[in-house]
Design a binder for this molecule. Structure first.
Ligand SMILES: N[C@@H](CCC(=O)N[C@@H](CS)C(=O)NCC(=O)O)C(=O)O
Length: 234
């Protein structure tokens, strides 16, 4: 296998996915700033002309970040990032599609048609007049001006992969951290989310204990878990 890698949030997501899975694949860097992705020999491999791509041992070249992650998950089910059961997988895919269609897609085109226009005008059809509207759609759906991975984790309390996608995309807009630090940040955001959930569950258990004292053991177990989670926060 060979991983075609570059600057940008989409390859970053695949790097994060591989790190989470503990998979190492030989990688080749493609210079997207210099436009190497939009000409041969890269376009002979991936006519879509974008990154990332994964070349399989049977010669098939896979483009599209989500398709690549799905393939890696099928080949390496543990740890599950998309889901264990058909239900978990369906939920992840539902959120992934919503986030791509309604947030990261418009966000990326909003950037390409405005701040990024010098780089993109000769690579794709650009619609400068649409930029502000596209960014507004993304911000509305993601919950306001300060669109960040943490804000989205807060809002869409779904599965890990969907948050990982957004984290990678949002971090990619800034382009200033390493995949390792983005993974670290993602773990911390997830941890904070779990701590909040656990607090809610504990409050709810406390409310029911008067009616059912047998819940005491469950409560003690949860409180212990909460302390363990809190100890992992940096
Ligand atoms: N739909 C593609 C989008 C890939 C994409 O936009 N890649 C960016 C890098 S993050 C790219 O290749 N940009 C350079 C270009 O479009 O010329 C996917 O999900 O993989």
């Amino acid at each position: 296998m060979k991983f075609y890698d570059s600057l940008g949030p989409n390859p970053r997501l695949v790097r994060m996915f591989m790190l989470e899975k503990g998979i190492a694949v030989p990688a080749e860097q493609v210079d997207i700033m210099g436009g190497a992705n939009r000409r041969a020999p890269y376009t002979d491999k991936n006519p879509a002309g974008q990154l990332p791509a994964l070349e399989l041992d049977n010669g098939l070249i896979l483009g599209e970040t989500v398709a690549i992650c799905e393939y890696l998950e099928d080949k390496n089910p543990n740890p599950p990032l998309i889901g264990r059961t058909p239900e978990e997988k369906a939920e992840t895919r539902m959120w992934t599609r919503r986030i791509e269609l309604k947030i990261t897609g418009p966000l990326a085109d909003g950037f390409r048609f405005a701040e990024g226009i010098a780089m993109f005008k000769d690579r794709m059809r650009t619609l400068p007049e649409a930029a502000a509207g596209l960014k507004a759609i993304a911000a509305d759906v993601a919950g306001g001006e300060g669109v960040s991975g943490a804000a989205l984790v807060e809002r869409y309390q779904g599965t890990e992969f969907e948050k990982l996608i957004f984290r990678a995309q949002a971090a990619g807009v800034e382009q200033n951290d390493t995949p390792e630090s983005a993974v670290q940040e993602f773990h911390q955001a997830l941890l904070a989310l779990r701590v909040r959930r656990m607090h809610r569950e504990i409050d709810e258990l406390r409310g029911r204990i008067g009616a059912d004292p047998a819940l005491n053991a469950e409560l003690n177990r949860r409180v212990k878990e909460l302390h363990q989670l809190k100890a992992q926060r940096s």
